[in-house]
Write a new protein. Structure first.
Length: 78
């Protein structure tokens, strides 16, 4: 997914105040069918890679999403 794809998806999403989580296991759900293996997004940053093209250089950027190490509390999600 590119930043443009993510931006367009988020821009079209109707709930602008929704929290962002990482789900590691889509099969892990509670009795109500709600996902439980969720980790809160903590930070967004980027890194630049300089690629040697021989006679020229090219910049390549990667967006890095940092998620919490422990699962989010159930109270936050409901």
């Amino acid at each position: 997914m590119t930043v443009k794809d993510l931006y367009n998806w988020c821009k079209a999403y109707p709930h602008k105040e929704a929290e962002v989580y990482l789900c590691k296991d889509w099969e892990e759900v509670d009795d109500n069918g709600m996902l439980t293996d969720l980790y809160e997004l903590q930070d967004v940053t980027y890194q630049r890679n300089v690629i040697d093209m021989g006679m020229d250089f090219k910049d390549q950027y990667e967006v890095i999403l940092c998620f919490a190490d422990k699962k989010a509390d159930a109270e936050i999600r409901y």
